[in-house]
Design a protein around this ligand. Structure first.
Ligand code: AHR
Length: 492
């Protein structure tokens, strides 16, 4: 039995909707085939954007989307992707799969995609192989309203009015694919590059510095020490890899309970990583002005057999749903510092919420977690406390059986998301609700075997269903979650 205590009278931090953000890179079939099929495609589209994908993303209220990478960002030269498509440069995507990149999806197309989905764009600039001038001109191109070489070029390319661009990343993984820099060198480069990201008119750029790789606390310390006053946010990347090393990350679909729990155990390290980075940030920024932007997270397995190893295409099971459920609960719990997170990646790459094959599209178990959890967007985190049994066979790799979050939205409605991480055992939950007179409860649940997934032949094997197993008690709520499940409970 797990016990969950929620204090409805104690509101903590606001859970930024951007915690439910996404990431899309010019990698494999994420952009091309995934988001964009071109105006002439037989696949239904508006201005080249897949209508089925746009619709699905609107349904989970995607708040923000990062682009164009990833490692691709530090090889991307934005001028190659504007102007008449016929004359855009064709090149090889050397980082990902060695395939042709025809630049038919560029700045205008990305911002059109965001417009259709209704999300904020988050653009990642090139530090590794770009220049200060190039980055500065990109911002001028997109946001300057007046006469200037870049604003004129934008108008010539068919977009008269400037766009509003808030989120801008200064380089990606500059400790690795973004230039193999040392932290003090990057920190100085960051200071220089961000100087020339101008705020034109009332457009105000939220500057995001390249942060650490997982548990690299030294990088965070140096960046905070040298560059804190110059940034609004700092990124963090952490991937969950269940295999013994990067050369054997193991299969996305063929795994046993040991690998299932190891995956969840590794995913839960996010809590410690965020806690320790936040503690460093607190020393330099006690007011919590700077956001921790976890702009790449998710599971990373071996690619599906027979697919291009550079495309990072993997299936998605209930195990991934549990990773998403627990990770989003971790971000909610740290929403005083974590202001944005972007799962990697949106379509057809790594822990995707959507997979496509030609004209077919399916929603993954991870998608359904984003659906259940959208209730927390911009709600207030409520104080809570959890007493839960552990799950997992190996003593060193056990996880709490129950993972949960509670928030109150602007209408005073309470939302609880609770996941039973056990692969085999149900989880009875007694939930005490203080400071709230509950009158009505409703719930939805996503449940299935740990390796259940949706395929193009059976796309609805895993999907949410109404859950009538929650009862109101004198103290609050009582319910039992089946093994490997996550529920969204609404209390009015
Ligand atoms: O998401 C795939 C890659 O992982 C990104 O390009 C890079 O930033 C990270 O290493």
């Amino acid at each position: 039995m797990a016990k969950l205590y929620i204090n409805a009278a104690a509101k903590k931090s606001r859970i930024s909707r951007n915690i439910y953000g996404h990431f899309s890179e010019h990698l494999g079939r994420c952009i091309y085939n995934g988001l964009y099929v071109g105006e002439d495609s037989a696949i239904p589209n508006v201005n080249g954007m897949r209508s089925d994908v746009v619709e699905a993303l609107k349904n989970i209220r995607v708040p923000v989307l990062r682009w164009p990478g990833g490692c691709f960002a530090d090889e991307y030269h934005w001028k190659d992707g504007v102007g008449p498509k016929a004359s855009r440069k064709k090149m090889i995507n050397t980082h990902w799969g060695g395939v042709l990149e025809d630049n038919s999806f560029g700045t205008h197309e990305f911002l059109e995609f965001c417009r259709q989905v209704g999300c904020e764009p988050y653009i990642n600039g090139n530090v590794g192989s770009g220049t200060v001038q190039e980055m500065s001109e990109w911002v001028e191109y997109m946001t300057f309203d007046g006469v200037s070489p870049m604003a004129d070029l934008r108008k010539q390319n068919g977009h008269e009015a400037p766009w509003k661009i808030k989120y801008f990343g200064v380089g990606n993984e500059n400790w690795g694919c973004g230039g193999n820099m040392r932290p003090s060198y990057y920190a100085d480069e960051y200071r220089r590059y961000q100087t020339y990201l101008r705020n034109y008119g009332d457009n105000k750029i939220y500057r995001i510095a390249c942060g650490p790789n997982g548990a690299d606390y030294g990088w965070m310390e140096t960046l905070m020490d040298i560059a804190a006053p110059f940034m609004d946010g700092i990124s963090l990347h952490y991937y969950t890899v269940p295999g013994p090393d990067w050369n054997n990350k193991t299969s996305a679909t063929d795994f046993n309970e040991e690998l299932y729990y190891r995956t969840l155990f590794n995913a839960r390290k996010m809590d410690e990583i965020v806690t320790r980075h936040s503690a460093i940030m607190d020393r330099y920024d006690p007011e919590k002005r700077i956001g921790l932007i976890v702009d790449e997270w998710g599971t990373w397995y071996d690619v599906e057999p027979g697919t291009n190893p550079g495309f990072l295409y993997q299936q998605n099971t209930m195990r991934d749903a549990m990773v998403a459920a627990l990770t989003l609960n971790v971000f909610n719990a740290h929403s005083d510092r974590v202001r944005m997170a972007n799962i990697a990646q949106m379509v057809n790459v790594l822990q995707a919420v959507i997979l496509t094959e030609g004209e077919k599209m399916l929603l993954t178990p991870t998608y359904h977690i984003f659906d259940l959890y959208q209730c927390h967007q911009d709600a207030d985190l409520l104080e809570s406390c959890l007493d839960t049994p552990k799950a997992g066979a190996l003593p060193g790799e056990q996880v709490p059986q129950l993972s949960a979050s509670a928030s109150m939205d602007q209408n005073g409605v309470i939302h609880i998301t609770a996941a039973n991480l056990s692969a085999s055992e149900p989880c009875p939950v007694e939930c005490a609700l203080d400071g709230f007179a509950a009158r009505k409860v409703s719930a939805r649940i996503l449940a299935g075997r740990m390796d259940a997934c949706n395929t193009f032949d059976a796309p609805e094997t895993v999907k949410p269903a109404p859950f009538d197993g929650v009862s109101l008690t004198e103290k609050g709520l009582s319910f039992t979650l089946p093994a490997c499940s996550a529920a969204e409970i609404t209390v009015e």
